[in-house]
Write a protein that binds this ligand. Sequence first.
Ligand code: NZQ
Ligand code: ZN
Length: 389
Amino acid sequence: MLDYVRNIPTKLYFGKNQISHLNGSLEQFGKNVLLTYGGGSIKRIGLYDKIMSILHEGGFNVIELSGIEPNPKVESVEEGVKLCKENNIDVILAVGGGSTIDCSKAIAVGAFYDGDMWEMIVNQKGLAKKALPLVTILTLSATGSEYDGGGVISNLKTNEKIGRSFTYPSVSICDPTYTFSVNAYHTAAGSIDIMSHIFEEYFSRTTDCDLSDGICETILSSVIKNCPIAIKDPTNYSARANLMTNSSIACSGIPSYGMEYSGWPCHAMEHQLSAYYDITHGVGLAILTPKWMRYILKKDVSVASRIAKFARNVFSLDDEDEVSLANKGIDELEKFIKSIGIPTTLKEVGINEDKFFIMAKNASKGGRMLNSYVPLDVDDIVNIFKDCL
Ligand code: NZQ
Ligand code: ZN
C-alpha cells in the first residue's frame, strides 16, 4: 500500500428534500448568485421553480446562465465568467449533471483570471489559485463532479477535450428523486461512467489494498444491480439512491486509497472520441472498456490475476485458469453493457477509422499512456480503436 493524502472539502447533503439546506449553503457566501444549468431538464421536472422560489424568498439576486451542453464547451465558460465579472457574483449555483457542474467549476476559477479562457485551461494558468464558491444540486448520477475537484471542458474548434483540477464544490445537494426523470440512455451511460471510474482505479499495479479493492468491487456490484432496476422502474428510490451514492464516491479518490495511479487509459481514449465526435462520455467508455481489457490481457498476461479477481468477486465466476477466468469476466461485462441497451461499437455512434491515428496521438500526448497500467503506444491505441469498430 502506498502513502496517501486526501482532503475532500465538499459538504454533501444526501437524501430527500435536502434542498432545505440551499438557502443556508448560499447565504454564507453572499447574495449575488449565478445560477447555471443545461438545456432545460431542470425546468421540466419542476426543480427550477422550486429553486427560484427559495432564492426569491431568501432575497438573493439571481443571474442565469442556461444552455450548458453535454461535453461543456469553452464558450459557456467564457459567457459565465463575463456574467460573474459584470454582476459581482458571490457564489455559483450549478444545477444539473457533470457538464453543468464542470463548466461551473471552470467559471468559478475563470472569474479571477483576466486572459483567454481556453489558454487558462490549456496552460493551467491561474488554475486553483482562487475560485468563487460553488454550490451544486446534482440531477444525474455519473461523473462524481459533485464530490471532486475536476472538470472537463471541450473546444470543438480545436477538437480538444481537457480535464483539469479546478475547484471543489463547497456544498453538494444530492437528492436521488431529482434523477427519477433521467431517461434509460443517460441512466445507462451514467452507470457505465461510474463503473469506469472504478476500473480506472482498480486496475492498478498495487494489489494489497483490501479496503480500496472492497469498495471498488462493492460499487461495481451495486451499479450492476441497480442500473437495470432504475431503467425498468425510473422512480425506484433505492436504485436511484444507490446509483447516486456510487457516483459521488467512485470518482472521489476514496476507492484508490494506497493504490498506484493507473493513468486512467480508458478516459484518455474516450475524451478523444468525444473531442472529435461529441459523443456521450459513458457511451464511449462502454464501447472502449471491454476491448481495452481484452487487449491488455493479450499484451501483458500479468494482468490476468487482477481481471480474474474482478470476475470472481463481482460476477461470482470461477475457473482454474486465470486467463480463462479473466476472459469470462470480460464476456460478462460485455453482456451487462448490451443488456442496458447502449451502443457497444464505434460504428453504432457513427465513428469510422478516419481519425484513429490523430486521436491515438492526442491520447498519448506527453507519453502519459506509456505510464498507464499496461503501457500503450500510439499503435496500441489505434489497435484498440479498431477492435471497437
Ligand atoms: O442539459 P439538460 O437539459 O439538463 O439535460 C441533460 C443532458 O442532456 C440530461 N439530464 C441531466 N439531468 C437530468 C437530465 N434529463 C432528465 N432528468 C434529469 N434529472 O442528461 C444529459 C447529459 O447530461 P450531462 O451533464 O452531460 O451528463 P454527465 O453527468 O454524464 O456529464 C458528462 C460530462 O462530464 C465529464 C464528461 O467528460 C462529460 O463532459 N466528466 C467529468 C468528470 C469529473 N468532473 O470528475 C469525470 C468524468 O470522467 C467525465 O469525464
Ligand atoms: Zn468518466
